[in-house]
Design a protein around this ligand. Structure first.
Ligand code: NDP
Length: 246
């Protein structure tokens, strides 16, 4: 496989770490963003101890200015971004009738507007070079909705619309745009859910267990090789069979 430059947003999180590891193991040069320098340096040292060298670039993906500076710094360190994984995300759950404007906007800015903010500074270079991979990490809850997550489900469903539009606009430029929709993965985000709620979730998963981050990293890596260049505008569900619709 050709070695490429990959930017994984939110690479220091549960799923992001697994994606960074897998892409680095596949020979790519990988970078991620951070907001807390001390935390990020510790993460980078742990990755190095395991044999994975991941470049760091400061930036909050929810603001266009920060995202652009972050991308330019990655380019300075590693070269033009050829693979972009839009993975950074948060939850601010609550039933809609009690949801604040802050809960709504924070999730839309971080999970959906970030996709504009980070993709915009890389897309023109990909088009000029006639090669690119853009992969959104959406969610099963963007496909089926979820009680208490109107903000999150709206943002994650929005990523699908972004994917299929961008896929059409850029197919002739050698750029594929796809989405991975994870089901429930045993990261901090899901382990923060009360145990009794988590047990109810697991009971709805045909495989009878939560997923693990490596299984999402594998789904991401599937879209990257040149052999995958016919696959664009797809949504790959990786959810243990919990939801089998689009
Ligand atoms: P984590 O909370 O473990 O990691 C989230 C990452 O995103 C962290 O690195 C965090 O950085 C970063 N991040 C959050 N907000 C911003 C921001 N404004 N600017 C820059 N970076 C930011 O989450 P997961 O690994 O579990 O989730 C990763 C993705 O997968 C998310 O998009 C999530 O919605 C999605 N997903 C997760 C599922 C799960 O079961 N875990 C299921 C389905 C989808 P920092 O340390 O600075 O906060």
């Amino acid at each position: 496989m050709n070695a490429r430059v990959a930017l994984v947003t939110g690479g220091t999180g549960g799923i992001g770490t697994a994606i960074c590891r897998r892409l680095a193991a596949n020979g790519h040069r990988v970078a991620t963003n951070y907001r807390d320098e001390e935390k990020a340096r510790q993460w980078q040292a742990r990755m190095r101890a395991d044999g994975f060298d991941v470049a760091l670039s400061r930036g909050d993906v929810s603001t266009p200015e920060d995202a652009e500076v972050m991308v330019r710094e990655v380019e300075r360190q590693l070269g033009p971004v050829e693979i972009l994984v839009n993975n950074a995300g948060i939850t601010r759950d609550g039933t809609f009738h009690k949801m604040t404007a802050y809960q709504w906007q924070d999730v839309i800015n971080t999970n959906l507007n970030s996709v504009f903010n980070v993709t915009r500074p890389v897309i023109e270079g990909m088009r000029e070079r006639k090669w690119g991979r853009i992969i959104q990490i959406s969610s099963i809850n963007g496909q089926k909705g979820q009680y208490g997550q109107a903000n999150y489900a709206a943002a994650k469903a929005g990523m699908h619309g972004f994917t299929i539009s961008l896929a059409q606009e850029n197919a002739r430029f050698g750029i594929t745009v796809n989405t991975v929709s994870p089901g429930y993965i045993g990261t901090d985000m899901v382990m923060a859910v009360p145990e009794e709620v988590r047990n109810k979730i697991v009971a709805q998963i045909p495989t009878g267990r939560l997923g693990n981050p490596d299984e999402i990293a594998y789904a991401v890596s599937f879209f990257i090789p040149d052999d995958a260049s016919w696959i664009t505008g797809a949504n790959l569900a990786a959810n243990g069979g919990q939801y089998m619709g689009w």
